[in-house]
Design a protein around this ligand. Structure first.
Ligand code: NAI
Ligand code: MG
Length: 349
């Protein structure tokens, strides 16, 4: 029996409703594969922020540094500005644990209608740079509230940072269809994006077996909608990757099914697995959240921990339940969170 210690951060809203299904399905799949999970749960959330003035304690990262992985639900709640919850919890974890790859697979699933006609063959992965780029703290505002008010925000791109994420994308492509598309905007953004392009070309030169190409982000957005089946691995900066992965997740039919992994590929720190969706205040507490994004994220965790067969079993059960017509309300079905989870558990056994 292999045993793992997982840091559990349910967060806010439906975050706390989608993690118990993930734990239940992990336990069932683990049993068949000789894997056991132990959890330490942390109440880091907007609720904690409102009560104690911080999303997590000041030694928060130290408390989860030695766990094998982090499973997170969602953070954010009305009454706490989104930049406070994001910069108070998610971003410190991503940066502190050097989780520089944000991996977001997108597939159109059997039983989940895509809003796009003929999007049946979509099977792509967005590799988003996760710790630098446009999301920086460098900048400032002057003359608040005056006619001359101004704001400046600097983007930070480093050779090391771009190289490692593009390397990751190329290696990933070798396990898939050998094709990497780089998202750029070097016609409009004249310093950082030509630099990004140069580094991409250098890295691509070291992987002659991988077909690489680049697209300006605006054209890429259009092509994703018009011909999504042409893409395999898309690599982009923090901002471009963020936008593309939500676009691609919407093409797959529902934000509720989309998973994400924040990876520290060197494994010096724990990696973090979380559904793409937020806390969904509009449906929180009603027991109808779709847990598939969390389940798929748990499958990515199994993969990262070195148990890809277990991850595949988990996904086969989760996708199988959908294909058999057990769907939550966001997918046009009638199942609640518990009902869909039970259908998945039945298929694991
Ligand atoms: P959201 O993803 O929470 O909700 C968008 C819409 O999708 C809502 O109508 C919601 O009901 C629906 N939805 C989302 N997940 C679902 C699921 N699993 N099953 C069924 N329906 C689902 O995004 P929104 O409303 O923009 O943000 C709400 C809060 O969540 C904000 O505070 C935001 O900052 C935060 N947020 C946190 C994220 C994270 O923790 N990584 C990501 C996105 C938003
Ligand atoms: Mg986003």
């Amino acid at each position: 029996m292999t045993s793992y210690r997982i840091a559990l951060i349910p967060g806010d809203g439906i975050g706390a409703e989608v993690l118990p299904p993930a734990q239940a399905v992990l336990a069932a799949v683990g049993k068949r594969h000789g894997i056991e999970f132990r959890y330490d749960s942390f109440d880091w959330s907007c609720e904690r922020y409102l009560a104690e003035g911080a999303m997590m304690p000041s030694d928060g990262l130290d408390r989860i540094r030695r766990h094998d992985a982090i499973l997170l639900g969602a953070v954010g709640w009305p009454g706490v500005p989104d930049h406070v919850s994001l910069w108070g919890l998610l971003i410190p974890i991503r940066r502190g644990f050097r989780q520089y790859v944000n991996l977001r697979p997108v597939k159109v699933l059997d039983g989940v209608p895509s809003p796009l006609r003929g999007a049946g063959d979509v099977d792509l992965v967005v590799v988003r740079e996760n710790v630098e780029g446009e999301y920086s703290e460098i900048g400032g505002r002057l003359g608040r509230g005056t006619e001359d008010e101004l704001a400046v925000q600097e983007a930070v791109f480093t050779r090391k940072g771009v190289t490692r994420v593009v390397e990751y994308a190329c290696e990933l492509a070798k396990t898939r269809r050998n094709h990497v598309t780089s998202a750029t905007k070097s016609n409009g953004i004249v310093h950082t994006m030509p630099f990004w392009d140069e580094v991409v070309e250098e890295v691509a030169g070291r992987h002659p077996d991988v077909r690489t190409g680049k697209e300006h982000i605006d054209a890429l957005a259009a092509k994703l909608v018009l011909a999504p089946e042409r893409f395999d691995v898309i690599v982009g900066s923090n901002l471009f990757g963020d936008i593309l992965s939500d676009l691609a997740a919407a093409m797959a039919g529902s934000i509720g099914v989309a998973p994400a992994a924040n990876l520290n590929p060197e494994r010096e720190f724990p990696s973090m697995f979380e559904p793409v969706h937020g806390s969904a205040p509009d449906i929180a507490g009603q027991g109808k959240a779709n847990p598939l994004g969390a389940l798929w994220s748990a499958a990515m965790m199994l993969d990262h921990l070195g148990h890809p067969e277990a991850g595949e079993d988990l996904l086969a059960a989760a996708f199988g339940a959908l294909a058999d017509g057990v769907r939550t309300v966001d997918l046009g079905g009638t199942a609640d969170t518990a009902g869909y989870t039970q259908a998945v558990l039945d298929r694991v056994g």
